[in-house]
Design a binder for this molecule. Structure first.
Ligand code: NAD
Length: 339
């Protein structure tokens, strides 16, 4: 774990247990260079404790890069609560987590993420002020989806020469809080949707409400489309899966879509334009960071509107340097963080 912390330049890793509630949690603080570390709280099952810690560390690094490139005065962190199928009192578990977050004295501020809801954040808020996206301050997911939608238009412009999504075939992997809201916007813009989710009910809803074509989740990667939009959980693009893609571009909300940067080079070599995850999906962080600072919707909307131009800038830079947009985004973020 220390080697991973060193290679990712992670500042600290905090482990918490609370036997009465069954809580097992990890908080990774990647950087506080630009401000307090902010990051979502995941509540998911993990194969083992090491996987939970690795996930938190990698995601926290992505949050630092995301905040830096979005021009937010925040650092990056991430919380992972290991999901246990036998938890009796979910509210007590999240309140216990809140007590632990409070011990970090504002160095880490948490928010909704995969597997958690605004109600869970309300429970955390019983024990600490260092939490956002409570029911009072709102769910960031619609804002993340708005940013990804605008980013897909910018990606389409850069790769296909038009930002008109009418008739564009978009494969959405994962119809959760962000994926479904994104699918709604794509549908409204006239895009043709190909969708998959591990939850058949969500797919059924998209078929009924958005005229989407259902695709088996193991087949979506290799389905011909214009844009592949990963909106599920975890790294979907590795050395093998990237060879199955039959799309012009990858642009979606999921964090940590690539297993390694070499995968970004493979995409580049295959002529597939990659919209770096932490650039295109910054809408959720922009929302939680700015609401936590007491900013209004006008400031948030103005900040969100910068996502497509930032992506376009990354694409132009990448094209000029004949490098993957993922490498360019990393270089720009690290320049902001480390000079
Ligand atoms: P969510 O848990 O609400 O939804 C994820 C969905 O993906 C679920 O319906 C799940 O069944 C599905 N899924 C998981 N793996 C899949 C697979 N292999 N194939 C098909 N479907 C799969 O999560 P969310 O809040 O919508 O977030 C989605 C992604 O976007 C996550 O990676 C998250 O970290 C990232 N993200 C979320 C936000 C936000 O504000 N919620 C902001 C930025 C980034």
């Amino acid at each position: 774990m220390f080697a991973l912390m060193q290679s990712t330049r992670t500042q600290s890793l905090h482990l918490f247990i609370d036997p009465p509630t069954g809580l097992k949690a990890v908080v990774a603080i990647h950087s506080q260079q630009l401000g307090p570390a902010m990051g979502g709280c995941r509540y998911l099952p993990y194969a083992d404790d090491e996987s939970a810690m690795t996930d938190a560390i990698r995601l926290a690094q992505g949050m630092s890069y995301k905040a830096a490139l979005a021009g937010l005065p925040m650092g990056g962190g991430k919380a992972v609560i290991v999901r246990n199928p036998h938890v009796e009192n979910r509210a007590a578990l999240f309140e216990a987590f809140g007590r632990f977050v409070d011990t970090l004295q504002g160095r880490f501020i948490t928010a909704v993420d995969s597997g958690t809801s605004t109600l869970d954040m309300d429970c955390i808020a019983q024990a600490t002020p260092y939490v956002t996206s409570t029911t009072a301050s709102g769910d960031p997911s619609p804002h993340a989806a708005l940013g990804v939608f605008a980013g897909i238009r910018a990606t389409s412009m850069a790769r296909l020469g038009s930002d008109n999504l009418e008739g564009l075939r978009v494969a959405v992997q994962g119809l959760g809080n962000v994926g479904y809201a994104l699918a709604e916007q794509l549908h409204a813009a006239g895009a043709e949707l190909l969708v998959s989710d591990l939850d058949a009910g969500k797919v059924r809803l998209a078929v009924e409400q958005l005229n989407a074509h259902p695709v088996a989740h193991e087949a979506l990667l290799s389905t011909p489309c214009d844009i592949f939009a990963p909106c599920g959980v975890g790294p979907v693009l590795n050395g093998q899966s990237v060879m199955q893609l039959r799309c012009a571009a990858v642009a979606g909300s999921a964090n940590n879509q690539l297993t390694t940067l070499q995968v970004a080079d493979q995409l580049e070599n295959r002529g597939i334009l990659y919209a770096p995850d932490y650039v295109i999906n910054a809408g959720g962080l922009i929302y939680v960071a700015l609401t936590h600072r007491g900013e209004g919707l006008g400031t948030i909307t103005a900040h969100l509107a910068r996502i497509p131009s930032r992506l376009t800038e990354v694409f132009a830079h990448a094209q000029a340097e004949k490098r993957s947009p993922a490498r360019v985004a990393q270089m720009l973020a690290e320049r902001l963080l480390y000079g």
